[in-house]
Ligand binder design. Sequence first.
Ligand code: GLN
Length: 497
Amino acid sequence: MIRNSASAMAEALAKKEITSVELTQLHLDRIDAVDSQVHAFLHVDREGALSQAAAVDAKRAAGEKLGPLAGVPLALKDVMTQKGIPTTAGSKILEGWRPPYDSTVVSNLKANGIVILGKTNMDEFAMGSSTENSAYGTTHNPWDLDRIPGGSGGGSAASLAAFEAPLAIGTDTGGSIRQPAAVTGTVGVKPTYGGVSRYGLIAFSSSLDQAGPCARTVLDAALLHEAIAGYDKKDSTSINAPVPAVVAAAKKLDVKGLKIGVVKELSGDGYQAGVRSRFDEALQELVAAGAEIVEVSCPNFEYALAAYYLIAPSEASSNLARFDSMRYGIRVGDDGNAGAEEVMKITREVGFGKEVKRRIILGTYALSSGYYDAYYGSAQKVRTLIVQDFAKAFAQADVLVSPTCPTTAFKIGEKSDDPLAMYLNDIATIPVNMAGVGGMSLPVGLSPDDGLPVGFQIMSAAMKDDLMYQVGGTLEAALLSKWGAPILSQAPALATK
Ligand code: GLN
């Protein structure tokens, strides 16, 4: 049962072939069996999960109307507040903090009867691409435990690939849902900016942050998307418009007449040969399914990474000022004599990790008087050019595509001392965040170079999220009929367990 899709689990629950308590227990047992090796979870809420499950079972028994995923378990990225449950954002500075309120995403999950198993590991404050920046140890990729599961949401993606949870929540500021999905052979979606409320999401870069669904199939991601998306007056950037019909789109399994734009600048040099070849084969599947392939050029994407690493740290330097030892988390150096400023200084020195400090310093510098125009101001101009590139490209194609990342999962430790090499992972995912459009990654096979999963990225215009689900669902179905089994059934590290 735990290797099924969330939709299949939901069906079994609806038919009363299994109860939510049983299904939840199966996942808790799986976590007990494998998480010492994977380390996807920072906190497992056994009692809470079982009591949420029992409540859903009781409602079902009473004949109440339930959401389509009611009773299915989920893993929550530790950057999202859940009332009373430890929430650290992967940082030591928040150790022991239990939020007094639910994020809107969590309220929506609860309203849909989705059972929250626990909190997943991540790079500290979502800064990173490997989960190595977590203050609580690295998560391991279930395909090869010596490799990274991606980041920042490596814990969420690894929990899916290790069959510890069939659904997970991620957040994506520059690729943190899509890149972990790509390197773990799972599906991850960054919805249109403003599509999912950011209320209760611990902010990294507010103009880029977006929560979204992580799953093992496109339909499962769509079901979770509809459960969490929608207008929220508590988030001023939330879009007050109907949620795109992504579930219906994921079920269409038809791309006839759709134009798919291959972004020239996101698939050339710097991409591993094995990544390229699987990407090209996936394109052929879409052609066979009736889509038309066109090439589009987005010349300013070349500058997206540099601009992102000015805008995101600038916003982070401001957002992270709230961690001052007075209101949340740990306090260090308060001996009764030290002044507040001294205590803040010591706490931040001890509480933040190296990458977070690097970003705060970078952001503070980029925003400082005399440099503001040259750095932050220029980066914002580049952002406008990227928005214009997308607008032109979407005038020529219904969706845009590229490999999700330049390489498959790299070895733990391989890039941890080289920030620039780490940042380059995000070269294909960052433009999507800069423009606020939608992005999905789904697995398109194993690289012939190393046998590891390759991710295919589909981008859709703002509030046209349904189109990426339509194309993703069709591609997934075509590949499934070719492979005969879901990609995760081939994961060697899992087969032995
Ligand atoms: N890897 C990128 C970074 O380090 C993106 C992170 C994210 O999307 N949260 O900033």
